[in-house]
Design a protein around this ligand. Structure first.
Ligand code: ADP
Length: 387
């Protein structure tokens, strides 16, 4: 795909290898891989006066990243010793080129598969669930993701909350995903790749899809979105025990469930019901996060606005019914700054990391990324040796 016109004599003392080496440092802004690896360099021509003309294949016509790519190419080639001027010309890949690219991004497979469901997948997948809406499930998801990404992990968030789909706003991610054929490039914000069901609906219209359509959409988000190599994928599920939770269990059986509740007993009871779905789907419950636990008063006392003990009660009860430890991973205090940060599009763990709520959220993120995964239910990828 890449055609590079080689001159025998380096013009103006500039070698093709030097230009290519510079181009290999330019990443496609959406795929996050070098443009040289993606077959996006169409041609390099070096003139005697030190002008280097680079022709680039864009993946799609009207690519929203065309200016970014042009600037990156220009900046990189300008650095090559001897270059006096850089011209960047843009062309668009043919259908065949796009198919090739898609295939190579999928590791040689022409058919979309869910990478996280493959036996050797190293991505930890957490489905963030709650019994009812408004307990802060999306806020927790967004802050966990931002905290993990800030630690250098590669993180994705799939917002599958058909009722809320508030994740893009909380991340300040207004971009729409670009499509390369049937492959979807997720927008990125604060170092996190984000796909939301809200990016595929018109305006603020609620999603009225039924089970099979939701299942298909979820499958597409998992298989057709180019997530790259993720350390962690967080799924923001709709509240309750609905179709999406069951689809998740079917599509990514090794995904683990993280439950969010408030301290209120009534909320805890419905959270417990949502958690007990794991019994039926044979998924693992990684733990419980209690949100809105208390409000810190100026005199240092805690006002327990929604009561107390809900998170621990859910943890105890599910540990008993599942016969496995379902720990209470953290208690997040109420903090108006958390809501404001969400409204402003910068998660609290980034905008005010020193606050008690941010520290509690980062603590949960830390526990989720550093815990060792047990081997139960995991493929060891070994085969018996015949004697
Ligand atoms: P869910 O995803 O469970 O529906 P959200 O994350 O959308 O809940 O949170 C509901 C509302 O409560 C949002 O306005 C959010 O900013 C706010 N909120 C969530 N957690 C807290 C908290 N610990 N302190 C203050 N406000 C919070």
């Amino acid at each position: 795909m890449t055609t590079t016109s080689h001159t025998t004599q380096p013009a103006a003392g500039i070698s093709h290898d030097a230009v290519r080496a510079a181009l290999s440092k330019v990443d496609d802004p959406e795929i996050h891989k070098p443009i040289t690896e993606l077959g996006m360099v169409k041609d390099v021509a070096i003139a005697a006066d030190g002008t280097v003309a680079v022709a680039i294949w864009l993946t799609v016509a009207g690519c929203p990243m065309r200016d970014t790519i042009t600037n990156r190419v220009r900046a990189a080639v300008t650095e090559v010793p001897g270059v006096r001027q850089v011209q960047v010309e843009l062309d668009v890949m043919s259908d065949e080129q796009r198919t090739e690219l898609r295939k190579s991004l999928r590791g040689g497979s022409a058919e979309p598969t869910i990478p996280f469901a493959e036996p050797g997948s190293l991505t930890r997948v957490y489905c963030v669930a709650s019994g009812k809406g408004g307990v802060g499930k999306s806020s927790v998801t967004v802050n966990l993701a931002a905290s993990m990404a800030a630690k250098g992990l590669s993180v994705g968030v799939l917002d599958a909350d058909i009722y809320g789909h508030s994740v893009p706003r909380m991340f300040g991610a207004s971009g729409r995903p670009t499509k390369v054929d049937d492959m979807i490039m997720p927008p990125q914000a604060h170092g996190v790749k984000i796909i939301s069901i809200g990016m595929f609906t018109q305006g603020n219209v609620p999603v009225t899809w039924r089970g099979p359509m939701l299942h298909r959409a979820l499958q597409q988000f998992l298989a057709d979105v180019f997530w790259g190599d993720l350390d962690v994928l967080l799924l923001d599920l709709p509240p309750g025990t609905g179709d999406v939770a069951i689809s998740c269990a079917q599509l990514i059986p090794n995904a683990e469930i993280l439950l969010v509740t408030t301290p209120q007993q009534a909320a805890a009871e419905v959270a417990e019901r949502a958690g007990s779905i794991a019994l039926q789907t044979h998924q693992r419950l990684v733990g419980v996060v209690e949100n809105m636990s208390w409000l810190q008063m100026p005199d240092g006392t805690r006002m327990e606005i929604f009561g107390a003990g809900g998170g621990q009660a859910v943890s105890d009860s599910l540990s008993t019914s599942l016969g496995a430890s379902v720990p209470l991973l953290g208690q997040i205090p109420l903090d108006p700054a958390l809501r404001e940060a969400g409204d402003d599009g910068t998660p609290l763990v980034l905008s005010a990391p020193g606050t008690a709520a941010a520290k509690a959220l980062s603590g949960v993120a830390q526990r989720l990324t550093t815990r060792t995964r047990g081997l139960a239910g995991m493929s060891l990828n070994i085969s018996p040796v015949r004697r």
